[in-house]
Design a protein around this ligand. Structure first.
Ligand SMILES: [Zn+2]
Ligand SMILES: [Zn+2]
Ligand SMILES: [Zn+2]
Ligand SMILES: [Zn+2]
Ligand SMILES: [Zn+2]
Length: 179
């Protein structure tokens, strides 16, 4: 199964050990969940090889021989697992360094520094401040359950503002209930 997470780790984000051997020949980033061709044994990211094979079915993009997938050598995978990698949200304040196998969980679930967009004002906010921001953001809209009117969450929508209530009052004025 191809995961949708495809982190594109540039070599600069690796803190301990840099080597060309860890780079994918297709995307030139650190190999992510690599597979290899049984003929040339060149490791390629799971997503990169899938893209190549979609364009050129059955052909290895490196040696051009019929592609037969093979698992990478366990030793090679162990080297990858030793890599210590900066979180992709470093520029917004995350200082975490993760081992290769921790990266996906950190970046997709745990990191509070992922940049998110406020649903109201569209301002960019880091994930750990988003809930607080949206609670106070005047551009977040609410919808009245009765009259369906949309109003800013900081605006009032009390009984006298509610169109359903106004309509009921009007109807009573036009058609007074029988005495
Ligand atoms: Zn790649
Ligand atoms: Zn090959
Ligand atoms: Zn992080
Ligand atoms: Zn906002
Ligand atoms: Zn209303």
């Amino acid at each position: 199964m191809n995961s949708t997470y495809s982190p594109s780790i540039s070599e600069e984000r690796v803190k301990n050990r840099r080597s060309d051997a860890f780079l994918c020949p297709i995307c030139h980033n650190i190999l992510w969940k690599p597979q290899q061709c049984s003929k040339c044994q060149q490791p390629i990211c799971e997503n990169c090889i899938a893209t190549c094979l979609r364009h050129n079915p059955g052909v290895c993009p490196m040696c051009r021989l019929p592609y037969q997938e093979q698992r990478c050598m366990p030793q090679f995978y162990n080297f990858l697992c030793e890599l210590q990698i900066e979180c992709c949200n470093r520029s917004s304040g995350c200082n975490q360094i993760l081992f290769y196998e921790q990266l996906e969980q950190h970046e997709t679930q745990e990191c509070g520094y992922e940049i998110k967009e406020c649903r109201g004002c569209k301002e960019k906010v880091i994930k750990q401040e988003l809930i607080k921001h949206e609670k106070g953001c005047e551009f977040i809209k609410k919808t009245c359950r009765n009259c369906r009117m949309i109003y800013g969450q900081k605006q009032k929508h009390e009984l006298l503002d509610c169109l359903t209530y106004k309509q009921e009052v009007l109807e009573k004025l036009i058609n007074p209930p029988p005495e």
